[in-house]
Design a protein around this ligand. Structure first.
Ligand code: ATR
Length: 299
């Protein structure tokens, strides 16, 4: 075993004899809560594992991941900006990872790299754990990028009455609706695209929504995708507003609060997608309690 260099992100498998080593890969990665979450799951379920961080340079994701697996690493969670690289890298994709167009969970089995996407399942479980009824609900999903695509399939499978995808540019929203058209049909969901501007139009948006999910990147620049006119159409006090961003009350959440709606950030989704990844890696029969880890993170 060689000494740990100063810039090591505490991930090299040879430094952890007797432990199965996992990591989260992203750039930047220092802010990530995944190591804390997975270390707590490992403690809860008495798993002999270590979970570290990897920060590949952009363009070096495949090289870093292959080297991690070649030196004995067991699995990787993937975050911004590498979810598409992870999908391209995997030898085998689960059906939901294929549909999501992105991979957030990698593992190695008999020399082959497997890829899955647990983001959508994580969102659904967090919503249900918060008492939000998805079946029969009218849902507005804001954004049509990777984050929105990752959750569209799992939301449709919960059989809401309606799922509207609204995006700044109509092309991307139309594409997403085209991609999931069959899934929506199979689950009898009214599934349509809108532009964000069309949300201001009371004829196009006559009713408020039970659930509004922000999957745009607007919050990163302290903006909301909703204009004041759109806000008055989409929210009523019984609405629930969910922002996939975590750790702050975003402009989108503030708009919903002003309308008397309930709000949530995306920390629960982060914990629940991690829980699914953990169970894929360690076996569905291990016992973990994601909600208690979430409470600890919020404390
Ligand atoms: P991610 O993987 O986070 O979804 P992405 O694929 O780049 O990232 O998608 C970003 C999404 O946020 C897109 O839906 C984008 O809208 P456009 O397709 O019209 O570009 C949306 N977005 C980013 N900034 C926004 C803003 N200020 N207002 C509204 N939507 C925004």
């Amino acid at each position: 075993m060689r000494p740990i260099p100063a810039n090591d992100l505490h991930t090299e498998p040879s430094h952890f004899p007797g432990l199965d080593v996992y990591a989260v890969a992203g750039n930047p990665i220092s802010h990530s809560k995944s190591p804390t979450i997975h270390q707590r799951f490992a403690e809860q379920s008495l798993q002999a594992m270590h979970y570290g961080r990897l920060q590949p340079s952009v363009g070096e994701f495949a090289k870093v991941v292959k080297s991690f697996f070649a030196t004995g690493g067991k699995g990787i969670n993937v975050t911004v900006p590498f979810k598409l690289d992870a999908q391209a890298l995997a030898d085998v994709l689960t059906p939901r990872a294929k549909l999501a167009g992105a991979v957030n969970t990698l593992w190695i089995k008999e020399g082959r790299i497997y890829g899955d996407n647990t983001d959508g399942a994580g969102l659904v479980r967090d919503l249900l754990a918060q008492g939000i009824q998805i079946r029969g609900a009218r849902i507005l999903l804001l954004g049509a990028g990777g984050a929105a695509r990752g959750v569209t399939g799992p939301l449709l499978e919960q059989e809401p009455t309606q799922l509207i995808i609204a995006n700044r540019s109509s092309t991307k929203a139309d594409e997403l609706v085209g991609l999931f058209h069959e899934v929506a049909k199979n689950h009898e969901v009214q599934f349509e695209s809108r532009t964000l501007l069309e949300l201001e139009d009371q004829i196009k948006t006559p009713l408020a929504f039970d659930l509004v999910i922000n999957a745009t990147a607007a919050g990163l620049s302290d903006q909301s995708p909703l204009t004041a006119d759109a806000v008055s159409h989409v929210f009523v006090p019984s609405s629930f507003a969910y922002d996939m961003v975590y750790g702050k009350t975003t402009a989108f959440m503030q708009q919903a609060l002003h309308r008397g709606a309930r709000v949530s950030d995306g920390l629960g989704m982060l914990v629940e997608q991690a829980a699914d990844a953990f169970l894929i890696w360690r076996g569905a029969d291990v016992s973990i309690n994601p909600r208690s880890v979430l409470s600890e993170l919020r404390a």
